[in-house]
Each structure stands twice: as C-alpha cells, then as structure tokens.
Ligand binder design. Structure first.
Ligand SMILES: [Ca+2]
Ligand SMILES: [Ca+2]
Ligand SMILES: [Ca+2]
Length: 543
C-alpha cells in the first residue's frame, strides 16, 4: 500500500464486502437489531463513534438494498467505495448480478437517494466525511503523519495512552510530566528517588543503603529493542469476525476502535515488540519479552517504528520518530525489516515501481548513517532479508476466501484479482495468477536480500555492529507443519498477504535462536538478579 492513510480508506471496503451475506434473515445478534446506545457503545468516544458507524453501515437501509438481490459489489459501487474509471474494467468480487449491471446499479442509486442514513457516505469514498467521525479522523491522521504518540504531555515520545502511537508501540511513560523520565535511558542518580527509566526499579535497599537500580542492573548491560518495519512488523490484522457474516454480532466489533486507532495494526502482540500474551495461544514469545526475561532491567524498553506501506524508499519520512539519545540512553538492538513494499505495490504494472538493488543500497546506507549518529555506542543493527512470496499464491489461490465460504463462490484467486482490478492490492506482483510475474518478483526480492547481505558484510560503523539475517519463511512453514499445521494457516485470512500472529512469533523464535547461536553478544547475558527484582518489584509496574 502506498500511503498509510489509504489503508484506512480501504477498510470500509472490507467491511462492505460481507453485506451480501448479512442480508440473509436477521438473527438475534445481528447488529441491525441492536440499539446504538447499547452497553458496548457507551464507554469511550471513539468506541461510540465506531459502533455508530457499524450501525450506520449495517443499518436497515443497506439490508433493504441487499434484500432486493443486490450484492456487495453493487453496494460498493453505489456508495463509490469501488470506483470504475472511464475505460477501466468493472471490478467485482462476486459473480455479476442476474439483472443487467447498469440497471441494477441505477436501481440501487434510487434506493440510496431516498435513504437519509446513507447520504453522508454517498458523496465521498472517505469515511471521515461522516460528521461524527471527523474528530477522531483528525486525531488518527495526526498520529499517523508523525508516527509519534498523539497523547504525550512532556513530549518525550512516550505515552500513557495505548493507541494512537502510544504504549502499544513503545514502552509506557512512567512519568508523563517529566521529559527526562522515559523507557531506555541510563538511570539518573541510580533512580534513588524516582524511576527515571520506567523499568519499575528504583529506591534504596533499606538493609544496606544501596540503590536497587545499582544493585540489580549495574553491569547487566541493559538494552532495548527497536523495530524499523512495515505493516508486517507492526502486525497488520483485520479480524475475520468483522467481515464474516456467520460470526457477526456487535461483540465482534469490540476491538475495532483499538485497531483503527492503531492503523489496523497490533504491535502489542507483534513478533518483535509484542508485550501481551498471544491470542493464538502459541507459546513462543516476542523478541522484546525474551530480552525482558533475560534481563528484567530491560522492562518497557521497546519501540515499534513501523508503518503500513513502509519501504527502504520512504523510511526517511518517519525514522525521526525513533527516540534514542546517544549519550543518555542504553544501547539498542535495531531490526531493519522492510520485507515487502520494495517489491510490492498495487499498480497495474507493478514492475517499474519496484526498488532496484542500486536504489536499495543507497537508501539503506543513508539509514545506517542516520542510525550511527543517533544510537548509543555499543548498539547492534540486524538487516532482515525479504521473503520469497510465491507461497501466497501456491498455498491460497484455490482456497475459499472467508467471505466466499458460505456460498462457495469466492476463492483467493478471485479476491486477488478483485484487488488488482481496483488497484488496491498490497502486492499485485505476488498476489497474481501470472506465474512469470510472481517469479520475477521473487527474483528481485532475492537480489535485494543479497544487497542487504553485502552491506552487512562490507560496511563498518562506529556506534553499532551490523548483521544480516534471512527471512526464513520456508523454515518456519516446515516447523509449523511438523506441529501438524498447514502452510495457509500462517497467512492473514482477510488480506491474504501478511504473516499472521503465529507466523510472526515463529519468525521471532527463529531469529532469536539464530542470533543466540551466532552473535550472542547482541542479546547480552542473563541477569543473575532477575529473581530478586521479581521479589522486590513484582511485575515492575506491568506494561
Ligand atoms: Ca511522555
Ligand atoms: Ca516522561
Ligand atoms: Ca529504574
């Protein structure tokens, strides 16, 4: 995806797609029968507005529209979420309606014209044109534009608010009125009076008068984890419950506001910086949680500097949101993981848009120079390679898309070509029936990985050492199969593109083991005081 904002604009499209199936007789938990003032909607403004939006979108008028045998394609075009430019083919997901397309579309427009509920969305494809969403849209746009927390009183780039680039993305600020107190810094005066680095360790041991931070953390070489990534690193995820009619109820949308204000990402359960227990129940932990387990002094020292649509070519637009003071802060492990957008885009001809090895070389060198002047001495940078994305088509094309399961009429091959037709595919070049194109994309991805490998082996920097690691999706798939799983279970079902939570945690596991084996100095040593830290400070203030 080109712009992070566009991805939000595509969301209504995803939410519209199931309308056809939701037109079946309303069940008791159908959102259309619920009152918008129901208890799930009361808590927060954005929760309320989202619930309201859902009611609007799945309201009785659309149901009426659909009950006249108009499918989601008609609705999508009527509301202009789907566009047909002059001379362009008509994009549709489902088989075309029985009546002539133009006639059906005209009929739908007549119904919409009479409907007061639909008049807002009719004029524009931007859901932010809905008056009750304007405010929240403004907030989201700001946070996205700068990739720094929206709510940050002391402007140290750390927040006490979870979403809108808050602590779901980087460690929680333990004092939001003191810009010299934030996760990852070297303790100020051994944190005798205050927890200056937010790791939950502070004060003086009354038995011997030694500050706890000095006693437990000095010499343990604390370090943070920072991901420079794209939507995969931020864990882009659209819940299938949002779009699968059979599971649809207002309860399904409870996590939608959180997701929207995180740009549809779930960094709090991602492979690199996740700090919450996995939803999938897989036992593997994120890189951050492993670093924390190894040394409890690392508590809260994580930053997920990722963006939807990020690539080597646009990282310079948000790298400044990274927060690390070369003198005041502890060293960090930086994972550079631009794994797809240098070869992926939604263009009708995606090839000319791909990054060349030469362009990659120069932009990565620029990034590394930036890091060298902003990272504390003793840091580590790992360049992560690109995957071979042919597994997407190979494992998914003849499977049913979540929306197509009910009527057995939409496969991933259909879904992919629908996205390509609308030119909104996150990766036309791998999500395509064109085998030559898929192979060409893999070939380019391999060249780019080799470029990263060459940089890692030939370049030296004063403030960090540099490594290269392959993106081992093939190995992760084999590991998953050994456990009795199927390869398609590792892909996000709704977008048919991103690695899902299980895949991300298995990839993190593999990377951790590789680093531990070959470059153990990157991870540091086990802190022998961990049990005492637990004893004195419990959960250290949690996350
Ligand atoms: Ca702050
Ligand atoms: Ca602060
Ligand atoms: Ca501390």
């Amino acid at each position: 995806m080109k712009s992070p904002w566009n991805i939000l604009l595509v969301t209504p499209l995803f939410l519209l797609l199931p309308l056809r199936t939701s037109a079946s007789p309303a069940s008791d938990d159908s959102p259309s029968t619920r009152n918008p003032n129901g208890h799930t909607c009361l808590e927060k403004l954005f929760l309320k507005t989202t619930c309201y939006l859902v009611i609007e979108m799945f309201g009785p008028d659309i149901i009426k529209l659909l009950s006249t045998d108009m499918n989601a394609d008609v609705v999508c075009h009527t509301l202009k979420f789907c566009k047909q430019d002059p001379g362009q083919p008509l994009c549709h997901l489902y088989p075309l309606p029985k009546e002539a397309w133009k006639f059906t579309l005209e009929k739908a427009r007549q119904i919409v014209k009479k409907s007061p509920a639909l008049k807002y969305s009719r004029s524009s494809a931007d859901i932010c044109s809905l008056p009750f969403l304007a405010k929240i849209c403004q907030k989201i746009k700001l946070a996205i534009k700068n990739s720094v927390p929206f709510k940050d009183v002391d402007s140290d780039k750390y927040s006490v608010f979870p979403t809108l680039r808050g602590y779901h993305w980087r460690g929680r600020d333990c004092n939001d009125s003191n810009k010299m107190a934030y996760p990852g810094r070297r303790p100020d005066n051994w944190d005798v009076h205050e927890d200056s680095n937010c790791n939950g360790i502070w004060g003086v041991d009354p038995k011997d008068g030694i500050p706890y931070e000095k006693k437990f953390c000095e010499g343990s070489q604390p370090r943070g984890i920072i991901l420079l990534g794209d939507s995969a690193g931020a864990h882009f995820h659209i819940s299938p419950e949002w779009i699968t009619a059979s599971q649809m109820s207002l309860k399904s949308f409870v996590n939608l506001p959180t997701a929207l204000t995180n740009e549809l990402n779930w960094p709090q359960i991602s492979g690199a910086t996740g700090f919450l227990d996995s939803i999938s129940g897989i036992k593997e932990k994120s890189i951050y949680l492993r670093l924390r387990k190894r040394n409890h002094c690392n508590h809260r020292d994580y930053q997920n500097i990722s963006r939807n649509g990020a690539s080597s070519q646009n990282l310079d637009r948000f790298i400044e949101s990274l927060s690390r003071d070369p003198l005041l802060d502890h060293p960090a492990i930086i994972i550079y993981a631009m794994i797809g957008n240098d070869v992926c885009n939604g263009k009708a001809d995606p090839v000319p848009e791909m990054t060349t090895p030469k362009k990659l070389y120069s932009s990565v060198m620029k990034t590394l120079k930036y890091l060298n002047s902003h990272l504390p001495n003793g840091s580590h940078v790992i360049l992560y390679g690109l995957p071979n994305g042919t597994f997407l088509w190979d494992n998914l094309h003849n499977r049913y898309y979540p929306l197509g399961q009910l009527n057995k009429d939409v496969t991933y091959a259909h879904f992919y070509s629908f996205l390509n037709c609308l030119q909104v595919s996150p990766c036309h070049s791998w999500m395509s029936s064109n085998k030559t194109l898929r192979n060409l994309t893999s070939e380019r991805a391999k060249q780019l990985s080799n470029t990263l490998k060459n940089i890692a082996t030939s370049q030296k920097f004063t403030n960090f050492d540099l490594f290269y690691a392959d993106f081992d999706f093939q190995e992760v798939t084999e590991e998953w199969q050994k456990r009795g799983g199927e390869p398609w279970q590792l892909i996000e079902p709704v977008d048919g593109f991103h690695p899902n939570e299980v895949a991300l945690l298995l990839l993190a596991d593999r990377l951790w083991k590789k680093v531990e084996l070959h470059w153990p100095q990157v991870l540091g040593k086990e802190n022998p005081f961990n049990p005492q830290i637990e004893q004195v400070f419990g959960d250290q203030g949690g996350h």
